[in-house]
Design a binder for this molecule. Sequence first.
Ligand code: ADP
Ligand code: MG
Length: 346
Amino acid sequence: MALLRVDQVRIAFGERHVVAGLSFVLNVGEIACLLGASGCGKTTMLRAIAGFESLRDGEIYLDDQLVSSPASLVAPQMRGVGMVFQDYALFPHLTVAGNVAFGIQHMSKSEQAARVAQMLELVGLADLGARYMHELSGGQQQRVALARALAPQPRLLLLDEPFSNLDVELRERLGQEVRAILKATGTTAILVTHDQREAFAMADQIGVMADGKICQWGTPYDLYHEPADRFVANFIGEGVLLPAKLTAPQCIEFELGQICRTTPVECCLGCDMEVLIRPDDIQHNDRSSLQAKVMAKAFRGAQFLYTLALPSGQTLLSLVPSHHNHAIGEDIGIELEMDHLIVFKK
Ligand code: ADP
Ligand code: MG
């Protein structure tokens, strides 16, 4: 069932359209992510869903109720939408428990205490209710912010770059933890971030954004394996685009071989194309006649990420188990699975 429907939304500041015709649907219990570079309109879209921005065009529905349109705007506090901000916006003069109780003042004292205890248990801070913000680590403050936002049981939770003040390792772990908490409480949520790893750790569905629009909406798996265009291919994951040509209605030729499809490619013969090769598309094989030279290598524990040069000088990335330990400058054999490769018209 659709909880949120964003339909052709446009938001402008003066003449500048920051959100430029954005649509998506979010079902109850789903976690979505708007992923895009800084300045592409993510926060503005989130603020519009919360009721803090008015629309130039389009509509926003919550549970089939129209909450935003150019002609109408339901007040933020009437939407049942919770928000976790980038800087947490916690109250330094209140304790952890005081912060979590902030949005549930309408409850009786005993109900408040029970809800606060439940929320702190949920986020793993059961023993820290009496502490003040300066006595907590960044990760703990993040959890207080989440507990405070979840306490009033919002029908939709919005998280704006919630982990950007934390170090990279903690970000990914907290992302998975927060996902588990949202799933356990059945909370529908939208995460906004420019960090792909954060998006992958948390989201069921991701909308890749650029210039106020969604370029592709899909599961993390689909975005990685079936990017709709070269922008999404470049933005999501690592990889390189190799030049290619359409040499027969269904066949594309490039430096490493030929890809033939079961259906004709929509492009005229001889037209320029590109083949996306992810680091995991390439295997190292001593017996292969395809040769490449090791230019650089990065040790990632279980794997090495190699930068390889093809005879043409074109570089490739390959991610292989780290027992494939080659020296820089070494010539190695490579092979790739042609079936998985994605082809774009240039
Ligand atoms: P993101 O969250 O993706 O980094 P924002 O939604 O914050 O992007 O901002 C998108 C663009 O809109 C930016 O160029 C920003 O400067 C501009 N912008 C945001 N809020 C306002 C505002 N209140 N007035 C004018 N310009 C704004
Ligand atoms: Mg932002």
